[in-house]
Write a protein that binds this ligand. Structure first.
Ligand SMILES: Nc1ncnc2c1ncn2[C@@H]1O[C@H](COP(=O)(O)OP(=O)(O)OP(=O)(O)O)[C@@H](O)[C@H]1O
Ligand SMILES: [Mg+2]
Length: 380
């Protein structure tokens, strides 16, 4: 059987700058020389001690978030995500390790004892924080909630009012300035939370499950707002989520946390180019089961020029084998168009080493499904 070139193979842009990456994954902060890390944690460790018990919530986390990117940290409940974000702005004091935000070593500030309070407060005012449950003061109007951080910074009434109204306009709530939180929908409350987080003109915005309490449509509009703010203001966003869709829709980079450790991280395109990447598979699932025991199932991810070549039909012709397409998808992940196809070759992997090698030589990302060792070999 000769398989015609799948239409989806040719849909990908010819020389998409983000899809041309084919080398060994490197840490995100080394990839782009213009990408200065704006948040760096090094060996960040947090051990909670309560009633004689110890819980290691963070176990040596090295995180590098580049200026101007939206960086998502995903992981299951208890993985340490909230601990990480709370340590980044020193709301939680790390047990060990360092946190640097916009060139300032916050851990060193905190380490100088009670007198460091003012400096740390100032540094923290330049780090916006958005919460799952909004944390608005119910007795204050929307405008007064947004003005709160400006009061703490000692700004004049006139300045506070000007800034708050400007921010409410930015988040689309100019007409709600005099309303009280109880009169707002969940999405509107979160917009107030975001406006308040921007009051100190932060360079970075931290978001802990900002959309978890919202319905899917409101979630989309809040994510869009975060994306717009990221683009318009050049705001770096570090967001924590347990929803893969959040990462998929707005993140440039992502990290997977398990048991207090980052087990995978990189730009979305790097992750997609990493054989065996759990995050990539979760971000871009393709279904399809093997039709029999003696079959080799291979996931093919298309990158750059290779995507435009009718490789599957070439493979079929060159080795005279029948190839079944079990599943295929083209989607936008983190703003990048990506294609992935699951194909099945007759015979076991041992019989298909050469055809699989052929696919790799075409510059395609190849994951042999269910062959952990071989997947690792492909990662070399
Ligand atoms: N203040 C605390 N005292 C003691 N243990 C804590 C404290 N805060 C968190 N932990 C523990 O640290 C671990 C990590 O918790 P954390 O809240 O960071 O997880 P998470 O990834 O944010 O989870 P979720 O998705 O449920 O919010 C958990 O085992 C949790 O029980
Ligand atoms: Mg949490």
């Amino acid at each position: 059987m000769s398989v015609p070139a799948s239409p989806y193979v040719t849909v990908l842009p010819r020389a998409h700058p983000f899809l041309s990456y084919q080398g060994t994954p490197t840490p995100a902060y080394e990839l782009d020389s213009d990408g200065i890390p704006v948040i760096t944690t090094s060996g960040l460790t947090k051990v909670y001690r309560s009633r004689g018990r110890e819980v290691t919530a963070l176990d040596g986390v090295d995180l590098h978030v580049r200026e101007g990117e939206v960086y998502g940290v995903i992981g299951q409940s208890g993985a340490g995500k909230s601990s990480l974000i709370r340590c980044v702005n020193l709301l939680e004091r790390p047990t060990a390790g360092t946190v640097t935000v916009a060139g300032q070593d916050l851990t060193a500030l905190a380490g100088r004892g009670p007198r460091a309070g003012k400096e740390l407060r100032e540094a923290r005012s330049r780090i916006g924080m958005v919460f799952q449950h909004f944390n608005l003061l119910s007795s204050r109007t929307v405008q007064d909630n947004v003005e709160l951080p400006l009061e703490i910074l000692g700004k004049s009434g006139k300045e506070r009012s000007r800034k708050a109204l400007e921010l409410l306009d930015l988040v689309g709530l100019a007409d709600k300035a005099k309303a009280y939180p109880a009169q707002l929908s969940g999405g509107q409350k979160q917009r107030v939370g975001i406006a308040r987080a921007l009051a100190g003109d932060p360079k970075v915005l931290l978001s802990d499950e900002a959309t978890s309490a919202l319905d899917p449509e409101t979630t989309r509009s809040i994510l869009q707002l975060l994306r717009d703010l990221n683009r318009q203001l050049g705001l770096t966003v570090l967001l924590i989520t347990h929803e893969m869709d959040v990462v998929k829709s707005i993140c440039d980079s992502a990290a997977l946390m398990e048991n207090g450790r980052i087990v995978e991280s990189g730009t979305v395109s790097e992750l997609l180019a990493t054989p065996g990447s759990e995050l990539a598979t979760a971000l871009f699932p393709v279904g399809g089961e093997a039709t029999g025991a003696d079959r080799t199932v291979v996931d093919v991810t298309f990158h750059g020029e290779a995507a435009t070549q009718p490789v599957i039909s070439q493979l079929s012709r060159t080795y005279n084998i029948d190839i079944s397409i079990l599943g295929a998808a083209i989607d936008t992940v983190g703003g990048l168009q990506v294609g992935r196809m699951r194909i099945e070759l007759p015979g076991r992997y041992e019989d298909n080493v050469v055809p699989v090698g052929f696919l790799r030589e075409q510059g395609l990302q190849i994951d042999v499904v269910g062959e952990d060792l071989l997947v690792k070999e492909g990662a070399k």
